[in-house]
Design a protein around this ligand. Sequence first.
Ligand SMILES: [Fe+2]
Length: 231
Amino acid sequence: MFQAVTMVAVDPREQVQALCRRWAQALKGTAERDRRMEFFRRELPALLSDGALFEGLLKGIVKGDPYPELRQETMFANELVLYRDPGRIFSLRLYIFGPGEFTPLHDHTSWGVSGAAYGQLEAARYRRADDGSDPGHAELILCDRRVLRPGETETTLPFDEGIHRTGNPADGVTLMVSVYGTPLRRLYIQRFNLETGRVRRVFPPRIQKKMLAEQALKAMTGPGPGLAPGG
Ligand SMILES: [Fe+2]
């Protein structure tokens, strides 16, 4: 006699948390950057191939579920934080790219391992041709451009070793999933303008707002003309 097997849909949040806790456990005692990156290069493809999980996550977002939390602060508008390891060993993030959409050229403050869960993912790496002495200017040379198919991964390194641009070179949609390591001591990432060579510092929104308030306060209370009553 056959017994009916009931398929219980796993909650995407629980599934992500269970996976990430397992990763954190497995990485205990592995402090070396290259070994951590190697670990995620091995682990990420299985996650990337879990179409049902990503479908579940997207449905939750559309429905307004509390997970993933859309109000969490991110550096990119298309970025969603799926998990932050309490021990700060890594974070897991999802990026949604529409047709032909790319990030600006940028660097990171940590290493990263990324791959596509859906669609095509283009990753272009650049290196600096200048000596880095001018913080506001960079000359960049394209050194590698690849289009990854779902399941393939790509790595990036902190600061000048990881200047890149990622996005969707095709008509459809791309889901990029990235694991980033512990951020190194720099509060901002940099965005690069390839045409003008201009380098812009981008701070997390809460720090940016604090800096703006400090600047405004200095202008209003410092020497020089104050604010006229009534604006
Ligand atoms: Fe990036």
